[in-house]
Design a protein around this ligand. Sequence first.
Ligand code: HEM
Length: 207
Amino acid sequence: MSEILERLRVETREAHEAIERDLAWETRVATHDGYRTLLARFWGFHVVLEPALADVLQDPTFFDPRRRLRHLAADLGVLGLGETTIAALPRASMTLPCDRDQAYGALYVLEGSTLGGQVIAKTIGRQLGFSPDHGCRYYAAHGRETGPMWKAFRQRLVEMAEAGDTDAIVASATRTFDAMRLWLCAAPVPLLDGEGRGPVVKVSHRG
Ligand code: HEM
């Protein structure tokens, strides 16, 4: 395995484990409300990061098929959110990639998330009845093309890293994992208050 792929896998392992642990995705996709809240948080992340990646990469043939903001909007539409509501959803605040090394490090995280997404999509299908064509487009990601898309991404990453700064790529990937975890896990959780008068909105900060 090439140095950059090995370094990314090893040096972001802890960050991956942290997001898997803190996301509590099984609980969150067990109900319509939880699923909708989670998708809204992902929307707030992609809406900020995708345009920054497109600006830096300047390669629509490569990047456009990897954009998933539109899939999030489609799924949120199925879940009952109108366009105006979606556009007003909270947006993440994070350090944005400003060169190619940083962009590839961040894209590594987004593209890698399509792998775990395949498992999550199956659970959502079973539990909530959504399919890639209806309500679960985001997690279905590249569908049957997920494997080949991941392979192509890794090839591109290896080529790019030959002339790039490996430390900067790894640092950006780690930073992106952490920003995503903090953003997704700080989602407002609607709760009933102690006397059943709810719902009240409480912000939970895990991790
Ligand atoms: C949104 C949060 C997540 C992000 C950003 C993320 C990111 C990544 C990345 C970057 C990789 C590639 C690792 C490599 O270099 O080989 C990966 C692989 C993987 N992730 Fe995640 N992941 C997330 C959540 C999850 C969850 C919740 C699961 C469990 C359902 C999961 C399961 C997997 C699996 C099965 C692989 C493939 C391992 C392999 O085939 O080598 N991920 N993920």
